[in-house]
Design a binder for this molecule. Structure first.
Ligand code: AOS
Ligand code: ZN
Ligand code: ZN
Length: 430
């Protein structure tokens, strides 16, 4: 397999920290053993955990005010895959890439597939884009796409989604994620019922063209770019649309798409209870913002979401929603942010495995609020870093991905190899 950071160098880098990791791991094993938890079974699950990286995430993001391009930004999808391969090599948790069309539309899908495969990468859910106009397209999405008042615009948006599915089939993807920015900025601008009816009709048309082994994931967002009303603004609208559309049409929860203080873990439980929780876009947010790094603001919320997911998997071990990082890296090196975030999501997952579920159930049944919350905190407060480090070490990754990446000189090398083109950003502002 092709690797852009030398494997021998990586092993030497790890060797300096290996004894400390083994010692920390053994100490944690002893501690967990006292609670009847075998660390090796947790380690194996940690090694299985994966989260997809978005193709646009390796470019520097920005806000509507400005974008400050980073050095050595990838200029095309092949260079994006190069960066994704480094993220996977060091983190060993991100073997899949989620493509955005048209930003990353390949001229030759089989060439792109082979390029990914040489790195051991594959393609996760495809993302369509009807939230901006593309060069040469006939109809404008200024006033909406799948929900537009004009049938010709809706048909164009439907055709784009079907096209993305056909492309995804050639790349080995198995899902289409649909997020639309459709909505309004003024009370009275849009007829709520009519726009939702148009959405349902459009989504059904896309769904009817879906291959049998594909899922369609509907992503809701409270606001932005529409600031007064959004057609698929919350999990309720998403659930209704998914239920109306069909069995393989599911809801996708992007953590940054809710009002502050909304109980997202409860939304997770509700959607899962009715068989409609299909995937996640992981990120964090503080105010009304979308796409800060996962776990950077509220790691406890991330843990509580995984606590629900682990609870669901106790009932149904085969349950596996689509996981993707959806972040905008405005002030960090995107490769570092994505490696660090993948580990934060993995950390929340691992901690959720350590919750004593029998004890929690008993406390809940006995209405022992103090001990119920304490049983969650007991798992959350444990430092599981040695498990994450050991998982990466055993899988051939880096004990500490960020320090290893910095020592490798990868960014400096690509900064030379990829001179900035002032006329091309290589990524969108998302
Ligand atoms: C937008 O806010 C959403 O998170 C979508 O997932 C979007 O398609 C993605 O961020 C790419 O723009
Ligand atoms: Zn998203
Ligand atoms: Zn978003």
């Amino acid at each position: 397999m092709k690797q852009l950071i030398d494997q021998n160098w990586l092993q030497e880098h790890n060797a300096k920290q290996e004894a400390a990791v083994i010692s920390d791991y053994n100490a944690l094993a002893e501690k967990l053993e006292r609670s009847g938890i075998k660390i090796d079974t947790i380690l194996e699950q940690a090694k299985q955990f994966t989260v997809a990286v978005p193709s646009w995430g390796v470019g520097t993001g920005g806000t509507r005010f400005a974008r400050f391009p980073g050095k050595g930004e990838p200029r095309n999808i092949f260079e994006k895959l190069d960066d994704c391969s480094v993220i996977q090599l060091l983190s060993q948790a991100t073997p899949a890439v989620s493509l955005h069309i048209p930003w990353d539309r390949p001229k030759d899908p089989s060439e792109l597939r082979q390029y990914a495969e040489q790195y051991g990468l594959h393609f996760d859910a495809m993302n369509s884009n009807t939230f901006q106009d593309q060069i040469g397209q006939e109809e404008s999405y200024k006033f909406g796409s799948l929900t537009h008042t004009n049938k010709a615009v809706r048909e164009q948006a439907i055709a784009h989604n079907i096209d993305v599915v056909e492309l995804g089939q050639k790349l080995g993807s198995k899902a289409l994620t649909v997020w639309v920015g459709d909505g309004s900025n003024f009370p009275g601008q849009q007829h709520f019922k009519n726009s939702f009816t148009h959405y349902l009709d459009s989504i059904k048309a896309v769904y009817n063209s879906l291959p049998d082994d594909w899922n369609m994931l509907l992503e809701h967002k409270i606001f932005e770019p529409a600031f007064y009303s959004t057609v698929i603004q919350d999990w309720g609208s998403s659930y209704l649309a998914a239920k109306e559309t069909g069995e393989r049409c599911l809801s996708l929860v992007d953590l940054g798409h809710h009002a502050p203080n909304v109980n997202i873990e409860m939304i997770v439980s509700r959607l899962a209870q009715f068989g409609k929780l299909g995937g996640f876009h992981f990120n964090d947010s503080k105010y009304g913002d979308d796409d800060l790094d996962s776990g950077s603001i509220n790691p406890y919320q991330l843990f509580l979401i995984f606590n629900e997911l682990t609870d669901i998997r106790v009932q149904d071990p085969s349950y596996s929603p689509f996981y993707m990082l959806d972040q905008s890296h405005n002030v960090t090196d995107p490769v570092e942010s994505l490696m660090y975030s993948a580990a934060e999501v993995q950390r929340a997952f691992v901690k959720s495995l350590l919750v004593d579920r029998n004890a929690l159930t008993q406390y809940q049944e006995a209405n022992d609020a103090m001990m119920a919350q304490a049983s969650l905190k007991q798992a959350y407060n444990l430092d599981v870093e040695p498990i994450l480090q050991m998982a990466r070490l055993q899988a051939g990754g880096a004990i500490d991905p960020v320090s290893c990446y910095r020592a490798s000189g990868y960014r400096a090398a690509v900064a030379k190899a990829r001179p900035a083109d002032p006329n091309k950003t290589g990524s969108g502002i998302v």
